[in-house]
Design a protein around this ligand. Structure first.
Ligand code: GDP
Ligand code: GDP
Length: 436
């Protein structure tokens, strides 16, 4: 089930990113091992009590040289388009400014719930600053302090109260959800069309099922699929639609709803930095990944060219060593038939559960091959392992001291598990816990 989405809006310097960082805080830095991804802090998962939600800092989506007011308006529109609930932030010390009124005007027009946070109310004596903000017309203003972490609980209670009921028809576990991500012009839309135009594909309906994507349901060979189409959901005519941060946001939202993510690369132009960044998002989200090299018709396609290109991809995407690579052409349809089997396999591996006894046989064999390392004179003892989750497969290894489980040993275990079980396409996660 998809998380509700909350967007923080408000003019610059009211404290949006301070609040964003406080709410998503440590969660975001858990995953290392990924290049440069975690610095784009505009979208992340947060949690209040037992409710998880996704948070957008619209302040992080800037439009370059556009005038300030245009930017503020665009950010408010993004919030309306993307979020279930909007946190409208103002600065209690400044009172209501013209820019606040501009934001308010745009938010009135939407029917999204708005919760008004008055920031920089750093101590209880300052609480009376909030009263003038009733005039903005969004009901009770909530006094908060981003830097001191005050008042956030009450604010979030109110936010969570407005979350919509979720009754999704797409939560059928047998349906494979996948998306295509990649920079503009790599051929995402062409690929979607090529997939839907393939033999034996029955498109059941095409509709904008939610405002966040154009989902297409189809079936092929008795399997059901949903394509979450990031390319088809461009909103023509909005000022923000072509900004990089906004397309990143759309990609992240599509990834979040996918089981399998196709990272599309253009064989004609080769790999650039932006490709790596986009691929990093899929990896970080823990989704299965397939690297699709499109426009293979533009390359002299002998075995050697393929091997060379593959090596280039492996060098550039070290963190995606589990992702299969498919070379094809959406235009000529050549090798298109290679794609669906990979999607099926990657999705099955993403959800696979290993029996504990077989898992532990592999671990025992691994330990026989490579006795566990010592660190500061202490030796890591591995007792047993168990799979605690799927999507992606997640394992806990019980040890004498988790501190002794180093990255290289973890990597070694991962490789052994992959050799034994395959797991092609899916990341796997291994955590060490102290045996109690
Ligand atoms: P944004 O532009 O809306 O994202 O604002 P920032 O989060 O970058 O904050 C702008 C400035 O306000 C920074 O210098 C923050 O340290 C400061 N700030 C943020 N929250 C508070 C707060 O609760 N109290 C005080 N006194 N300063 C704050
Ligand atoms: P998107 O922006 O990623 O959705 O890319 P499009 O699907 O709009 O394609 C961008 C351009 O690449 C268009 O001119 C397509 O005709 C072209 N294109 C897409 N796939 C192929 C392919 O397999 N081979 C060649 N030569 N061109 C392609």
């Amino acid at each position: 089930m998809r998380n509700s989405v909350v967007a923080v809006v408000g003019r610059p310097n009211v404290g949006k990113s301070t609040i964003f960082n406080r709410l998503v805080g440590e969660r975001i830095s858990i995953v290392e091992d990924t290049p440069g991804v975690t610095r784009d802090r505009i979208y992340a998962e947060a949690e209040w009590l037992t409710t998880k939600f996704n948070l957008i800092d619209t302040g992080g989506i800037d439009l370059g040289d556009e005038p300030l007011l245009t930017q503020i308006r665009a950010q408010a529109e993004i919030a309306i388009d993307e979020a279930d609930v909007i946190i409208f932030m103002v600065n209690g010390r400044d009172g209501i400014t013209g820019a606040d009124e501009e934001v308010a005007k745009i938010l009135y027009k939407s029917n999204k719930p708005v919760v008004l946070g008055v920031n920089k109310v750093d101590n209880p004596e300052m609480r009376e600053m909030i009263y003038e903000f009733y005039a903005l017309g969004f009901g009770e203003p909530f006094p908060i302090s981003g830097t001191h972490g005050l008042g956030l609980g009450d604010l979030l209670d109110e936010v969570v109260d407005h979350f919509p009921e979720r009754t999704s028809v797409f939560d059928d576990d047998d349906t494979i959800h996948f998306s295509l991500i990649g920079r503009p012009n790599v051929g995402k839309s062409s690929l979607v069309n090529a997939i839907l135009g393939e033999e034996r594909v029955i498109v059941s309906d095409i509709e904008g099922t939610t405002r966040d994507a154009v989902d297409t349901n189809f079936s092929k060979d008795d399997r059901d699929y949903v394509i979450i189409d990031t390319a088809g959901m461009r909103k023509r005519g909005k000022v923000y639609e072509n900004t990089e941060k906004y397309s990143v946001l759309r990609a992240l939202r599509a990834i979040e709803r996918s089981d399998v993510v196709l990272v599309v690369i253009d064989a004609d132009t080769g790999i650039i930095e932006q490709d790596k960044k986009i691929a990093g998002y899929a990896h970080e989200a823990g989704k299965s990944v397939i690297i699709v090299v499109n426009k293979w018709d533009t390359v002299e396609s002998d075995e050697k060219a393929m091997k060379n290109f593959e090596q280039k991809i492996r060098d550039h995407f070290l963190f995606l060593d589990y992702a299969p690579i498919v070379f094809l052409s959406a235009k000529t349809k050549k090798r298109m038939h290679k794609l669906m089997p990979k999607i099926i396999e990657a999705s099955e591996n993403h959800a696979v559960r290993m029996p504990t006894n077989i898992l532990n046989e592999v671990i025992v064999d691994a330990l026989a091959m490579n006795p566990s390392p010592t660190f500061k004179g202490q030796k890591l003892k591995v007792y047993y392992a168990t799979q605690v989750g799927v999507k992606p497969p997640t394992f806990v290894v019980f040890v004498n001291d988790p501190e002794l489980m180093h990255f290289s040993f973890q990597r070694f275990l991962e490789n052994r598990l992959r050799e034994a079980f395959g797991f092609e396409g899916t990341p796997i996660r291994i955590y060490a816990r102290r045996r109690s």
